[in-house]
Design a protein around this ligand. Structure first.
Ligand code: SIN
Length: 355
């Protein structure tokens, strides 16, 4: 294995980017309590050293540490850094593919971000960006990180004839599109893709592959990566019994640019919010209706007519809808600064991501 910086590399290689997470975690007392641990303790180079004997013969691996955090602390500036590094690396003619080790708590946010900003580029180049992580810390008995990392490297390396380029995620022997990641279990080993459309890594399911191709046909253009200081402020508010308008008012007064309403059922919300949501729209705050149920689609104008300035999240969960809304608001701003004639609105960019 070689862990020299990327720009020193002139031969075909897989780049592994370390972001931290449980895969890099250490438990002080793993035999007694493997679930009491600190995420983001081990360097990516050391994680790779533990499995290097199992790399495919002759495969060159380069690693780079971007961060070593518990992903619950993921920031927008880190997303910008990750996206820029991925784009730059993809452009290298000697790069075969990229693997990213990431905490599972917010992996779906990085997944949708990379899919929306780098997915088309990776697909056109015929290269794969593969997210992975672990549910058990690196020193626990039966730690899932090493196998996930090996499988992710294998997926990044799988012949392009077998599956197109793009942004994927690998856990517990399964692969899904990164946009389909959804951590819906607190501890199961396959938690980030338990209920996602997926295939076995080693035996590709043709019907899953056709859903990948269909999704890629719909996702036409990558959205720009926001500059660090350009991420618009977007919050998620959850509707619930006894929901109060005050929280919506606080957000408007504080200057948020967008709100994702994690609604009940099909994306409806407590009527106590209605007047404040109308005020938010009148003040230019972008509103997205999603569902707090954890699965299913939120459709336009159901359960009630959507006013102008409010859009349904489709299949996007509230955290994913939040990232897409930020990217859509940024894209609309960038296009306003650039285009003279045709100026898409944030709704136009958002809708393209909600198939
Ligand atoms: C994290 O997201 O960094 C901690 C939890 C995990 O990786 O499973």
């Amino acid at each position: 294995m070689n862990t020299k910086p990327l720009n020193a590399e002139q031969s075909p290689h897989i780049l592994v980017l370390g972001m931290g997470g449980t895969i890099a975690g250490l438990a002080p007392n793993p035999e007694v309590n493997p679930l009491a641990y600190e995420a983001g303790q081990i360097e990516i180079g050391d994680l790779l050293t533990k499995i290097e004997q199992m790399f495919p013969q002759g495969l060159r691996i380069i690693s780079r540490q971007i961060a070593n955090i518990n992903s619950s602390n993921l920031s927008e500036s880190l997303l910008t850094e990750l996206g820029e590094q991925v784009k730059k690396a993809l452009a290298s003619s000697t790069l075969i593919g990229i693997v990213i080790t990431h905490g599972t708590d917010t992996i779906e946010e990085s997944g949708i971000f990379l899919q929306a900003t780098c997915g088309k580029y990776a697909e056109k180049l015929g290269k794969r960006v593969v997210l992975t992580g672990a549910m058990l810390p690196s020193n626990a008995a039966g730690a899932d990180g090493p196998e996930n990392l090996l499988n992710a490297i294998q997926w990044a390396y799988t012949a392009i004839d077998n599956c197109p380029g793009g942004v994927f995620a690998v856990f517990a022997g399964k692969v899904c599109m990164a946009r389909d990641l959804a951590k819906r279990h607190s501890s199961a080993l396959a938690a980030p893709l338990l209920d996602s459309p997926s295939s076995s890594v080693s035996l590709i399911n043709p019907s899953w592959l056709s859903t990948v191709r269909a999704a890629q046909a719909v996702l036409v253009d990558d959205l720009p990566i926001p500059q660090v200081q350009e991420w618009p402020w977007v919050e998620i508010l959850t509707s619930h019994a006894g929901a109060r308008a005050d929280l919506v008012q606080l957000c408007i007064n504080a200057g948020v640019r967008g709100l994702v309403l994690a609604g009940t059922g099909q994306g409806g919300f407590n009527k106590a919010w209605q007047d404040s949501v109308n005020q938010a729209i009148a003040a230019g705050v972008a509103i997205v209706r999603a569902t707090r149920t954890g699965a299913g689609i939120v459709r336009p104008n159901i359960p009630a007519q959507d006013p102008e300035g409010c859009i349904a999240a489709g299949s996007l969960s509230p955290p994913k809808a939040r990232i897409v809304l930020q990217l859509a608001l940024n894209a609309a701003k960038v296009s306003q600064a650039e285009a003279e004639s045709f100026r898409p609105r944030w709704q136009d960019y958002f809708a393209l991501q909600t198939y």
